[in-house]
Design a protein around this ligand. Structure first.
Ligand SMILES: [Zn+2]
Ligand SMILES: [Zn+2]
Length: 131
């Protein structure tokens, strides 16, 4: 599987660095938002979808998902801010979307209570090998 010149220890460090880098900087995470008050629940991918793609080819089909709130429909949604067609408007009702930067403190679009946030890291599952 591995090229012989790559020593296992190097590979491990490299893997860890990549994982840290990806976790801290740009990677796709699935966030699950749930309101303890009204039961509103929503799940969104936030970040950049394909880590390998970024590492190997930065210019190719770059996408970055960000969380928004539609104040008209009272729901959370995500949009690809790198998409040339995206203009900060809700695709279904054309109202201005409210960007959400602080993913740890997201208010419920329906009742304004703070949502419970859980992030599901697809990265950990993707790598499979536990060293
Ligand atoms: Zn709520
Ligand atoms: Zn909308």
């Amino acid at each position: 599987m591995l090229p012989l010149l790559v020593q296992p220890s190097c590979r491990k460090i490299r893997n860890e660095m990549l994982l840290c880098w990806a976790a801290l900087w740009k990677s796709l995470k699935i966030y699950n938002f749930k309101c303890p008050a009204c039961g509103y629940e929503s799940r969104h991918p936030i970040g950049t979808p394909d880590m390998d793609q970024i590492l190997t080819d930065v210019n190719n089909e770059f996408a970055q998902y960000k969380l928004f709130m539609c104040t008209k429909e009272l729901k959370l949604m995500h949009a690809d801010i790198m998409d040339a067609h995206f203009d900060n408007k809700c695709p279904s009702d054309k109202s201005d979307l409210e960007p959400i930067d602080d993913l740890e403190h997201v208010k419920c679009p329906r009742c304004s209570k703070e949502l419970k946030v859980e992030d599901i890291k697809p990265l950990a599952a993707a790598d499979g090998s536990t060293e």
